[in-house]
Design a protein around this ligand. Structure first.
Ligand code: APR
Length: 182
């Protein structure tokens, strides 16, 4: 798939297909659960790649509510930090689920800005085990991040939507197209 690149002000936004644990960015975002104590999917991959010190730090955080996020160091990852976001579980709809998912992206950007980070990579939060429809989730992800970056650039230079399949990437690219950004 041809990666997609868009610019909003000083911020470059990319849609790629890759393993997020391989990315050399200031922060990668984890699709975690409220315990923050690891799991499967991208959560499992990030903990495996970061090593046991990541879990040890997570154990000090006291969990995290759905729709929010907490930041740790990245340890053995190339990424300097991991932002653990807790997405909503899809039970068939409900606007609060969309609000909670948007909150994951917004909070992650706020946490990155607070640490003056300038590059961040997101997985497609909630679209695996949490069964959020991939097309709707991509629209929420791209819509939230582009609106936030346009309104408050936060000094962010690079935002990567790190998809794990071509289909997921196509949903994100379509969302950019729907917003007239490409
Ligand atoms: N790099 C990038 N994306 C990945 C990777 C990876 N290495 N591994 C999986 N993904 C993608 C999945 O394909 C999916 O599109 O991340 C997206 C999110 O899927 P999940 O990891 O299943 O996360 P989520 O749906 O948010 O469910 C969270 O699953 O692993 C548990 O502890 C986690 O309880 C939490 C729940």
């Amino acid at each position: 798939m041809a990666p997609l690149t868009a610019e909003i002000g000083e911020t470059q936004l990319d849609v790629i297909v890759a393993d997020i644990t391989t990315l050399d960015v200031d922060a990668i975002v984890n699709a975690a659960n409220t315990s923050l104590l690891g799991g499967g999917g991208v959560d499992g991959a990030i903990h495996r790649a970061a090593g046991p010190e990541l879990l040890a730090e997570c154990e000090t955080l006291g969990g995290c509510p759905t729709g929010a996020a907490k930041i740790t160091r990245g340890y053995r990852l190339k990424a300097r930090h991991v932002i653990h976001a807790v997405g909503p579980v899809w039970h068939g709809g409900g606007s609060n689920k969309e609000t909670l998912l948007a909150g994951c992206y917004r909070t992650a950007l706020d946490l990155a800005a607070a640490q003056r980070l300038t590059s961040i990579a997101f997985p497609a939060i909630s679209t695996g085990v949490y069964r959020f429809p991939a097309d709707l989730a991509a629209r929420i992800a791209v819509g939230t991040v582009t609106a936030e970056v346009a309104a408050h650039p936060r000094g962010m230079k690079r935002v990567i939507f790190c998809c794990f399949s071509e289909a997921s990437a196509e949903h994100h690219k379509a969302a950019f197209g729907d917003l007239g950004l490409v």
